[in-house]
Design a protein around this ligand. Structure first.
Ligand SMILES: Cc1cc2nc3c(=O)[nH]c(=O)nc-3n(C[C@H](O)[C@H](O)[C@H](O)COP(=O)(O)O)c2cc1C
Ligand code: SF4
Length: 492
């Protein structure tokens, strides 16, 4: 099955000027020049210590060339801990690089693009272990394991055996014996890699999250403001800490899980701490899930309630996403970590032409219902919709039908960062159209530098650079892929 790309009818310059898509909209303390939005995308270009690199600056500069109304910088870690080449904002030492990034976007967009940064917290997830190592080193053997082994094998000698013999025997036992002896979480740690949950209250750091996270987010937001960003997007979506607090699976008994009101409590407390740190005039919103799309997870009705509470608390925008969870992720290979965009919920997050049902505008009904609830509750908070939007008609219809107030396009903007400007100038025929087969997402999954397969049709043109100066083409580490979209055409 492969859905054809919709036939586009690109607007003339006059049609674009008259469209809703290219009208301004107020978001908190400022106005976005248009209703166009590039949502967060991790490109894996930071240093291993989380600092901005020249490649990070080029990446955002290239999006800025297309002058979207709003550009959101990738999920950026708020803790001051090692997290690989993921951008970080957990200390003031990250500020100089982030300031350079802001300056580049201002200059390359000619001041037309507002720049947000997405703030993320995440819990630990380990790689899937080699089974021998798991039983030898990681499994914490207790009397329960001896008893379960005796029961599973019918051999009572296991009740008295030493731990080392039990480890050895378990490593060689068939799957059904291992499964009978291990707890569900131990079995998961063996098959997928150990993963922390927000309801692991026996872990003191996790138990303390309601006391530690508000301040961490607040400090990160204060840094974002100091670096010159126009606002922050709190990452309450997908597989990460804050989304897990909102999840129906969260049964923390300490007032931060269980009922709807308890699940939204920490996200609201984080927002309040951020608001206090950055002031009322600074733009703060969140990205959250309209549907987790996992068994037992939160659904649209939960999301509508959350949206009403977020709007009521004074958030300046609500960006709606879908799925992207660990719970249904594919089993990783030994030595690799599970990735939350590999299962059914992941496919809903980044829909492809290979899935059942059309991927185009697929998630807009969620944004529509959420926006309806927010409006019915008397709030005019702008709602951002995303998911397979890659034509003018889809974007304009989403706005006209009240699905959303701003249209976010991630992969289409990756395929052609100039596409917004090309539409605006009546040059839609020159748009390089995303084919929605997720080559880029496959790279993201492997934490490789994210690029678009369509860029590599042009391995001759120099990289785009500000003011048209020529620059040598920069390639990914494998030497085969362009790191940046080909340069903008001369008419831009
Ligand atoms: C390579 C890649 C990285 C992404 N990283 C993030 C991220 O850091 N934060 C986030 O909220 N969404 C992330 N997303 C999801 C996108 O923002 C977007 O919601 C999704 O791709 C669906 O929109 P689209 O159909 O316009 O691509 C990422 C998507 C891609 C393709
Ligand atoms: S790699 Fe494929 S899915 Fe990703 S942006 Fe390019 S064309 Fe679209």
């Amino acid at each position: 099955m492969r859905h054809p790309l919709p036939d586009p009818h690109w607007p003339t310059r006059e049609q674009a000027a008259a469209s809703r898509l290219f009208q301004p909209i107020r978001i908190g303390g400022w106005e976005s020049t248009t209703r166009t939005w590039v949502p967060a995308m991790v490109p894996w270009r930071a240093t291993d210590d989380g600092f901005v690199t020249p490649e990070v600056i080029d990446w955002y500069g290239r999006f800025a060339d297309g002058q979207p109304g709003v550009l959101v910088v990738e999920a950026t870690g708020i803790r001051d801990v090692q997290s690989g080449p993921l951008l970080r904002i957990g200390h003031d030492r990250f500020l100089p690089g982030l300031r350079d990034l802001v300056a580049e976007v201002r200059q390359r967009s000619q001041g037309k693009t507002r720049l947000l940064i997405q703030l993320i917290d995440f819990l630990s997830i380990r790689r899937r272990p080699e089974p021998g190592k798991y039983f030898e080193r990681f499994l914490q053997v207790t009397p329960r394991h001896h008893k379960a082994m005796a029961q599973a094998t019918g051999e009572h000698a296991w009740l008295q055996a030493d731990d080392a013999s039990l480890r050895q025997a378990l490593a060689q036992a068939p799957d059904e014996v291992q499964r009978a002896v291990l707890s569900p979480r131990e079995w998961e740690a063996l098959q997928f890699g150990a993963r922390e949950r927000v309801w692991d209250l026996d872990n003191p750091d996790i138990e303390a999250l309601p006391r530690t996270l508000p301040q961490r987010f607040a400090e990160a937001a204060r840094r974002a403001r100091d670096a010159g960003f126009d606002g922050v997007e709190l990452h309450y979506a997908h597989a990460y800490t804050m989304a897990s607090f909102l999840s129906r699976l969260n049964d923390r008994p300490d007032g931060y899980g269980g009922s709807l009101g308890s699940r939204v409590r920490l996200p609201l407390e984080v927002f309040q701490a951020v608001r206090q740190a950055v002031g009322n005039d600074y733009t703060v919103g969140c990205r959250f899930l309209g549907d987790e799309v996992i068994p037992g997870g939160s659904r649209l009705e939960d999301a509508c309630y959350y949206a009403e509470r977020f709007a009521g608390a004074g958030m300046d925008f609500l960006s709606v996403s879908k799925g992207g969870k660990f719970e249904d992720a594919r089993q990783p290979k030994v030595g690799e970590a599970a990735y939350p965009y590999t299962g059914p919920s992941g496919q809903e997050c980044m829909p492809t032409v290979r899935m059942e049902g059309s991927p185009f505008g697929r998630n807009l009904p969620l944004a529509h219902a959420i926006r309806g609830r927010v409006r019915a509750s008397g709030f005019d908070t702008p709602v951002v919709g995303a998911g397979g939007i890659a034509t003018f008609e889809h974007a304009e219809a989403a706005l006209q039908q009240g699905d959303c107030d701003l249209v976010a396009s991630a992969r289409q903007s990756l395929a052609d960062p100039d596409w917004w400007l090309k539409m605006q100038l009546g040059q839609g025929d020159s748009i390089r159209r995303c084919i929605f087969t997720n080559y880029c997402e496959g790279l993201d999954q492997k934490h490789k530098q994210v690029t678009c397969q369509l860029w590599d049709r042009d391995l001759e043109s120099p990289d785009a650079s500000p003011q048209g100066e020529k620059r040598a083409l920069s390639l990914a580490h494998d030497g085969k892929r362009r790191l940046l979209a080909p340069p903008s055409p001369a008419f831009l």
